[in-house]
Design a binder for this molecule. Structure first.
Ligand code: GLN
Ligand code: ZN
Length: 778
């Protein structure tokens, strides 16, 4: 029985690659220094998997920035603006594409399916020339081989590569990217030939787009591509790896009918329906099934007994020598190594498995299938699963009851939004086109130091409070001087908009090194939701009241919404399945999530009500990540949006008409979910807009009726550029062309925490002048 790992985190257990990259980018270390760190990391990962007993060990899953960008380099598809003149692509061209350089901006980055990883989007057109320009895959294969490890080289498959691309600037939006298939396959053939020559016996193509809703034309491209590669691939075992959802029946049919493909990788965690499909549709004889039973996207120890049962049922269909135990997807979406978690208590630790531990789990399952079950290891795992099920820390019956009672009802504010806005206006008395900001103000080195020292108990609570108070008062003064209408306190007490709340809610745990790559050298450290969520004490009321006491203008209370807290955390996977059995037709990840989301919603609801009781009249509940939790397949959108929007409404359905509820979202493409946004029934929404050519506004141009307040961002906060008054005025006028004057708000795209005061002050000055100018013209 064999074992396989789809891919492994590249950053290193202590983010070694991050620091090496950043030091290289800063000119503080040489290319050789960076390469040395990378080589050592790769070697230790291969060794670790080999020592664990993994049979199919991946190579070329390392990347200096991103695996899609690596493929772009392999294909030589460098956009013209980087003035690359051919030859093997080196760091300078590679990192220019990734990050931009002094004269040319970076390529666009977008989210990798429904993960928090971002890839560099290939820019292709009819004139793109392809040539074999990065030998990375072959080099890494040889490098591992020299260390005595025979690996499975991994490439992004040709069809997924094209489906994830976009037409280059100047190319028709309707350009058929798949028409480039015949141009890229010759490069793939060269790579395959070199890999074979180097001794590879297996090759893995990642084709995750196979789990999306594909039309027949797109599926035909899969058949065409792998048929075209057939002779190049002959003599090799070819694994096509899919992940992140179940594979639709049509795609399964296409995939399993390809002659050149000898093995299929399926995500059996998020793709629970694939199991039934394999059972009902049958499995081609002589082919391999790589069964992704160990979750690559979460941090929980596998329920080994349950996985073993799944594997045994597959074995009966596929055959003993053709079943390979694997991870559900690359382990790059989970944390690296539990060994470095010295602060987690041993009970919680026993429930967890990070990448390094998952490798061991995969192998233990393979051995058990082969009749060499490690009883002690399985026994310890079963004990940990049992302790997790019965631990009093996990269960809070009161919360469970309250959350269960929420289902079915609607939770809407009693009055409709236009009458609420009237009631609020009587109290708030705001000018037309009210100005506001999204919440955070620049985070200075000094502020970070204060928070760090307080956490480390190096300064007293008194010192901490007075430092934060001083910062808030500075931020309030600045806003009053700028003459902004609805103020914020600047969020100086927050490290991160999710962590801040997670730390004060029960049911959350935090790691010291549980980093997951987000893009390039950037990593995030998601909190772990391990139990029922509740709010023992108010979380923001102290600071919000303090801030409000400093000004006569309305001060927004600032909260993170339940959906965003959920989407940016590692979520539990242990809610009793029976209770939710009516939802079994839905995907796994779904029915695990919405229950927790309701619990968080109830906790935030308490906070909203405490803020209201504390005299805060405007409360913003950020749902920055609502859009990104949208499931990959359209059939599941409605259900997700239903519980996500419901969760948001739960937080604020109980407030008085005169309390104004804001929400904020970052992401420019809302057109497909605009009705859900309306259904959130917030009084005011501030929303990213400025980077998307007013795509958002086109919705209203097309006649969608929007009655609540809305503030489409008037300038991009991701860039240090200071927008001029004219430019902002122009933007506001464009909005006024499609939105009623009395619902329009004026604000930046997002929070200002990554900007400097030297950028923020002039930008906001211009924003306010532009608003005042337009007010005089109304
Ligand atoms: N209130 C948060 C801030 O201003 C919102 C951040 C976000 O939307 N990502 O920083
Ligand atoms: Zn935002």
């Amino acid at each position: 029985m064999a074992s396989h790992i789809v891919g492994y985190p590249r950053m290193g257990p202590k983010r070694e690659l991050k620091f090496a990259l950043e030091s290289f980018w800063d000119g503080k270390s040489s290319a050789e220094d960076l390469e040395k760190v990378a080589t050592d990391l790769r070697a230790s990962i291969w060794k670790q998997m080999a020592d664990a007993g993994i049979k199919y060990i991946p190579s070329n899953t390392f990347s200096y920035y991103d695996q899609v960008l690596d493929t772009t380099a392999m294909l030589g598809a460098v956009p013209e603006r980087y003035s690359w003149t051919g030859g093997e692509i080196g760091f300078s061209t590679y990192f220019s594409m990734a990050r931009g350089n002094a004269t040319v901006p970076a390529m666009e980055m977008t989210k990798w399916f429904d993960t928090n990883y971002h890839f560099i989007v290939p820019e292709l057109g009819p004139n793109t020339k392809f040539s074999y320009s990065s030998h990375k895959a072959v080099n890494e294969y040889k490098e591992a081989k020299a260390l005595g490890v025979d690996t499975v080289p991994v490439l992004i498959g040709p069809v997924s590569y094209l489906l994830l691309s976009k037409p280059a600037k100047g190319v028709e939006k309707s350009f058929a990217l798949l028409s480039l298939l015949s141009s890229i396959l010759p490069v793939y053939k060269e790579v395959i030939a070199e890999l074979k020559a180097a001794g590879a016996t297996w090759i893995q193509f990642d084709e995750p787009t196979l789990v999306l809703d594909l039309d027949s034309h797109q599926l035909a491209a899969f058949s065409a591509a792998y048929t075209e590669l057939e002779s190049a691939l002959s003599g090799l075992n070819v694994l096509v790896e899919t992940y992140f959802a179940d594979i639709p029946a049509e795609s399964y049919k296409t995939l399993t009918s390809l002659n050149s493909v000898t093995a299929y990788g399926f995500d059996l965690i998020r793709g629970a329906k694939t199991l039934d499909l394999v059972k009902s549709a049958g499995f081609p004889s002589g082919k391999y099934l790589f069964a992704g039973v160990v979750d690559g996207r979460n941090i929980w120890a596998d329920d080994l007994a349950a996985s073993l049962t799944t594997l045994e049922s597959l074995e009966a269909i596929v055959g003993k020598d053709k079943l390979v135990v694997s991870t559900s997807c690359s382990l790059m979406h989970t944390a690296v190594d539990l060994v470095n978690e010295t602060k987690l208590d041993s009970e919680i630790k026993s429930w967890l498995a990070f990448a390094a531990q998952k490798v061991v789990e995969v192998n233990a399952l393979a051995k058990a299938l082969a009749g060499q079950k490690d009883e002690a290891y399985f026994g310890a795992n079963a004990a940990a699963q049992a302790s997790r099920r019965s631990s009093p820390r996990v269960t809070n019956e009161e919360v469970q009851k309250a959350a269960a009672a929420l289902r079915g009802s609607d939770h809407r504010r009693a009055t409709n939004v236009s009458s609420r806005l009237d009631a609020q206006q009587k109290k708030l008395n705001l000018p037309v086109l009210p100005t506001t900001t999204i919440g955070s103000f620049p985070q200075t080195v000094e502020l970070r130091r204060v928070r760090r020292e307080y956490k480390a108990k190096k300064i007293s609570e008194e010192e901490y409070v007075s430092a934060i108070k001083e910062e808030i008062s500075k931020v309030v003064k600045i806003q009053e001087e700028l003459d902004i209408d609805v103020l914020v306190h600047g969020e100086p007490e927050r490290n991160d908009m999710v962590e801040y709340f997670g730390e004060q809610l029960s049911g959350f745990a935090f790691t010291a090194n549980g980093w997951v790559q987000s893009y390039g050298s950037r990593c995030v450290k998601p909190p772990i939701i391990y139990g029922d969520v509740s709010r023992p004490n108010p979380m923001t009321v102290f600071w919000s009241k303090m801030a409000q006491s400093m000004t006569s203008r309305p001060m927004k209370g600032m909260l993170t919404g339940p959906v965003t807290i959920l989407n940016w955390s590692f979520v539990r996977n242990d809610q009793p399945r029976l209770r939710l059995s009516f939802l079994l037709r839905l995907t796994f990840s779904h029915w695990l999530r919405f229950e927790t989301c309701y619990q968080i919603a109830l906790a935030i609801k308490k906070e909203v009500e405490d803020l209201e009781a504390g005299g805060i009249q405007v409360i913003q509940i950020d749902e920055a990540a609502l859009r990104e939790g949208l499931p990959l397949r359209k059939a599941e959108h409605a259900f997700y949006l239903d519980w996500a929007v419901h969760s948001f409404r739960i937080t604020n359905c109980g407030v008085q008409d005169t309390t104004q509820i804001h929400t904020h979202m970052c992401y420019s493409n809302f057109n497909d979910i605009i009705h859900s946004i309306i259904n959130m029934d917030a009084d005011v929404i501030t929303i990213e807009n400025s980077r998307s050519d007013e795509k958002l506004l086109s919705v209203f141009r097309e006649g969608v009726k929007y009655g609540a307040g809305i503030g489409p961002g008037v300038y991009d906060i991701h860039s240090p550029r200071i927008p001029s008054t004219e430019e902002i005025a122009d933007r506001i006028n464009k909005m006024l062309a499609v939105l009623d004057t009395n619902i329009l708000w004026v604000n930046p795209d997002c929070g200002l925490k990554t900007r400097k005061y030297t950028e923020v002050k002039p930008a906001l000055t211009n924003m306010v002048s532009a608003t005042k100018l337009i007010r005089t013209q109304l």
